[in-house]
Ligand binder design. Structure first.
Ligand code: UDP
Length: 323
């Protein structure tokens, strides 16, 4: 089986490539390196390219008969999506449609889509199951929800089978220490906490401690990047076995506050983590926690690194890799 991993040089994509290669799949990575790193792609063919170049994509799919496509190439910053919606709709929606159109034209039937908890908007109930209302509140979430709806229509009309995986807070790093999170700029909590622990940053800024939560800081559901990747593989295998298109929420089902993340990071690293408090970051809901029972029941998925300390320990090994 040969899998095309679009965005395979990025954070989650590179972990996915490593897992696929380990499990004996052939892998081709397509990445424009706008946010990824060539050296993060291990054991796979690398093609430098952009989904905007539809002809080149079609040529690639003519050259190789892919059995499935996983799509990780998207912009991921909510605040930026509010300031620059055109960038987000062009990249995350329009270019994804190019990919789907080429798949339909070349009869590649199985697609795994990186979706997000941001499609739900402000939660009306916790934990968030798949049927929770979809009311995204920013262009990032709206674009992802548009693609999910597009996928339903492409299945009905063209028979394209897909699984949309709605990540809650992807975190952690390759347990072997070879890969990790390298966003520039980094906006995610756990790497920023660890950069404050290692001294790469003077302090962590906590965005708001006046939320309606026990300690006033936001609660999130952190899910290990390798557990996400296992879910992708199970989802693709389910489609290969003739399963229907579906969407799953992926998290551990446990919420941790920003303060709890900092406290756990202090324990794991044994370091001081200087903290400053600032105003809320616009668009951050107080709580996001997944109900992932459907993924567990239908995909047979069980998170292996569910423990927050383990997630942070793997990320810490990556943060301190050169020291
Ligand atoms: N956060 C924070 N300081 C930071 C980065 C994040 O307090 O420097 C908080 C953020 O407000 C949110 C949580 O940490 O409540 C997780 O944010 P992140 O950007 O990692 O993921 P998101 O939940 O936005 O997808």
């Amino acid at each position: 089986m040969h899998v095309l991993v679009v965005g395979g040089a990025g954070y989650i994509g590179s972990h996915m490539v490593k897992l696929l290669v380990q499990r004996g799949f052939k892998v081709t990575v397509l990445d424009n390196l706008s946010a990824g790193y060539r050296d993060a792609v291990r054991g796979a063919r690398f093609v430098l390219g952009d989904l905007f170049e539809r002809d080149a994509l079609e040529d690639l799919c003519r050259e190789i008969r892919f059995d499935g496509v996983m799509h990780f190439a998207s912009h991921i910053q909510v605040g930026e999506s509010v300031r620059e919606p055109a960038k987000y709709y062009r990249n995350n929606v329009f270019k994804t449609q190019n990919l789907l159109d080429v798949m339909v034209a070349r009869r590649v039937r199985c697609f795994i889509f990186s979706s997000t908890a941001a499609i739900f908007g402000e939660p009306v109930r916790i934990p968030i199951d798949e049927e929770h209302p979809k009311q995204p509140i920013n262009p990032y979430g709206r674009g992802k929800w548009m693609v999910e709806q597009m996928l339903e229509d492409y299945d009905t009309a063209y028979g394209l089978k897909s699984v949309s995986l709605r990540y809650f807070n992807a975190a952690g790093a390759d347990p072997d220490g070879e890969l990790g999170e390298r966003h520039d700029p980094e906006t995610h909590l756990i790497p920023l906490v660890l950069q404050a622990a290692s001294g790469r940053r003077p302090y962590l800024t906590v965005f708001g401690n006046d939320y309606d939560t026990p300690d006033g800081t936001c609660i999130r559901d952190y899910i290990h990047v390798n557990d996400l990747c296992e879910a992708h593989l199970l989802a693709l295998q389910r489609l290969w076995e003739g399963g229907n298109s579906a969407a799953y929420n992926l998290g551990n089902g446990n919420g941790f506050s920003v303060q709890e993340v900092i406290a756990t990071a202090r324990q794991v690293t044994g370091r001081e983590i200087p903290v400053q408090y600032s105003a809320r970051r616009p668009g951050d809901p107080a709580r996001l926690v997944a109900d992932s029972r459907r993924a567990q029941a239908e995909l047979g998925w069980t998170p292996r690194y569910a423990d927050l300390a383990t997630i942070i320990a793997h990320a810490w090994r990556w943060e301190t890799r050169d020291s």
